[in-house]
Design a binder for this molecule. Structure first.
Ligand code: DC
Length: 224
């Protein structure tokens, strides 16, 4: 892969954090393609871990059993922005990680400190694999890679986020809004690396911006 820019190819780490429905995944992938670098969706890793937990029939109130299930799972994720894919124990899990039951359980699984430790270590290894990368999640700028530049925190109004999610995955806007509020609350109040805006992050409110405008702004922040 090469950058669309004629100057020096981007070789750093871009951190894109923020809650669901801010357009993070779409813009992160587009930004990675435009910069000619890799892309890592850390939410997909927490989702694959959740599929493993559900598959094992583990009690979501039992952090030890959850950790055991995740330790036993082999999660492999592609970092090619043109070919996003994830496997669990060698089997494609791209559809399963987006299933409603996975979404309903992912906050419980990602709140377990030992699960976070396992996945953060795996994420750091992938990031360190060489070359530039755009990493999206909730704790990239604050925990996973604090030296990321640019470090961006995406926000959008609750109404805009619910509208986008409903448009993307279907469902009633009000029901989606309730689910987003529930996950925001769980993700922001958990003890282990909650969703939080790093002190040195650039906040980008996407409420009134379309995808192209957000990508353009991120390209500027990345020096493109
Ligand atoms: O971005 P997403 O909706 O696919 O993320 C799924 C869940 O994973 C989200 O509810 C919070 C959790 N998550 C996390 O705790 N830390 C990350 N770096 C990424 C996602």
């Amino acid at each position: 892969m090469s950058s669309q820019f004629s100057g020096t190819p981007f070789s750093g780490v871009v951190a894109l954090d923020g809650p669901a429905g801010t357009g993070k995944s779409t813009v992160a992938r587009r930004l990675a393609s435009a910069l000619g670098v890799r892309y890592l969706d850390t939410g997909a890793m927490y989702r694959a871990a959740t599929v493993a937990v559900l598959r094992d029939g583990v009690d979501l109130a039992d952090p030890v059993a959850i950790t055991h299930a995740v330790e036993g799972a082999k999660i492999e994720i592609s970092t090619d922005p043109e070919q996003v894919s994830i496997t669990l124990d060698g089997v494609p899990a791209d559809t399963e990680i987006r299933a409603p039951e996975t979404t309903a359980a992912v906050s419980a699984v990602s709140a377990v400190p030992a699960v976070r430790a396992l996945l953060v270590a795996a994420q750091r290894e992938l990031i360190d694999d060489g070359g530039g990368i755009v990493v999206e999640g909730r704790d990239i700028g604050s925990v996973v890679w604090p030296t990321a530049r640019p470090k961006v925190y995406l926000t959008a109004s609750a109404a805009a986020r619910a509208r986008r999610r409903a448009g993307e995955f279907g469902g009633d806007v009000d029901a989606v809004a309730t689910d987003i509020a529930r996950r925001d609350n769980l993700d922001s109040t958990r003890a282990a690396s909650p969703l939080t805006q790093a002190a040195d992050a650039t906040v980008l409110d996407t409420t009134d911006l379309d995808i192209d405008q957000v990508v353009q702004r991120l390209l500027e922040l990345s020096g493109g």
